[in-house]
Design a binder for this molecule. Structure first.
Ligand code: HEM
Length: 318
């Protein structure tokens, strides 16, 4: 081994040892190693790696990892997405308390940088804005949607003349099936990121002003304290003994509080009209050669969950 080889060998060894010591040091002083801060106890959570954060998120179903973590750390806990600290709220009561009872504190939006980059179009600005400009845009959008007929009969006439939203009360089982499908599919599992407008001690945990907050809507839609059979398809969740449709408070698919989905009534109307019309005209079965068991309900993951492509056969009832 020449002198140069010995030097390089020693150098890389020293370098690796140094890097390892720095990482270990950062790990030990990383935020989760402090259980209390000057303002009080911060929400607990798994220990993050420096810069990398909590890496054990299941990337195919990150919301499931968050659900699992809530079993260990409780209804208010911290995770690090890379270096970004996020406080997660889990369970119907906690999500509702934050978004409705403290909507002035939890009502701001925190665009994650990557989403902001991807969605810099005018249509998406309302989603990510705060303060007076958000209020103004929200009022403007709502007025326009109503002018276009949202929540009015004129709108449903344009979509479909045979079935009407007024029929919904005569079709309680259909309505229950639609709600149960939405509950189980939980298409916006973490809502959109919120942000605290001021320091708050919430359920005994200190959350600093400006902290990103994920209200884990899916944890309310699957909350075992609220639903008889949280993980099964069970339309009776939305029916009483007389088989009439009942609303359920924990059905917060569209979120709650001041950031509640702006298009909720339009979406609900559309879903009812499209679903009933499709089922009145067609019977849906798997495509030839595909068995029911092969149908995979695993969704494609983004901030919203959408179905993977399926081959189906529509058989006309006419
Ligand atoms: C089944 C369909 C839909 C579902 C499940 C849904 C759900 C949601 C959820 C969970 C949020 C985030 C609330 C939060 O962060 O706390 C949201 C926000 C929003 N949704 Fe929807 N949505 C649906 C359809 C629609 C439609 C059809 C429109 C437009 C006509 C719409 C417009 C909006 C807007 C503008 C916001 C942002 C509100 C704000 O930040 O002030 N949504 N939606």
């Amino acid at each position: 081994m020449g002198i140069l080889d010995v030097f390089l060998h020693c150098f890389s060894y020293t370098f690796l040892l140094g890097a390892f010591t720095v990482v270990l040091f950062m790990y030990l002083i990383s935020p989760s190693s402090f259980s209390t801060k000057k303002h009080g106890k911060e929400p607990p959570g798994p220990r993050p790696l420096p810069l990398l954060g909590n890496l054990h998120l299941d990337l195919k179903k990150p919301y499931n990892t968050l659900l699992e973590l809530s079993k260990k750390y409780g209804s208010v806990f911290t995770v690090y997405l890379g270096p970004k600290k996020v406080v997660v709220l889990a369970g119907y009561k906690t999500v509702k308390e934050a978004l409705v009872d403290y909507d002035d504190v939890f009502g701001d939006r925190n665009p994650l940088e990557i989403i902001r980059e991807l969605t810099q179009s005018h249509g998406k600005l309302l989603l990510w804005s705060n303060g007076d400009s958000w209020k103004e845009m929200r009022r403007f959008a709502l007025t326009n949607l109503r002018d276009f007929g949202m929540g009015k009969r004129a709108c449903e006439d344009k979509i479909n003349r045979q079935v009407q939203v007024a029929d919904r009360k005569n079709l309680p089982f259909t309505d229950a099936v639609i709600h149960e499908t939405q509950r189980l599919s939980s298409i916006v599992p973490t809502a959109l990121p919120h942000k605290t407008t001021r320091d708050i001690t919430f359920q005994g945990q200190f959350i600093e002003k400006g902290t990103t907050v994920f209200p884990l809507l899916t944890s309310a839609l699957y909350d075992p304290n609220e639903w008889e059979r949280p993980h099964s398809f069970y339309p009776a969740h939305f029916l009483d003994k007389e088989k009439t449709f009942v609303k359920r408070d924990a059905f917060i698919l569209f979120s709650a509080g001041c950031r509640v989905c702006l298009g909720e009534s339009l979406a609900r109307m559309e879903l009812f009209l499209f679903f009933t019309t499709l089922l009145q005209h067609f019977r849906f079965i798997p495509a030839p050669g595909v068995s029911e068991d092969e149908l995979d309900l695993t969704p494609a993951v983004g901030f919203t969950l959408s179905p993977l492509p399926h081959k189906r056969r529509a058989i006309s009832r006419m």
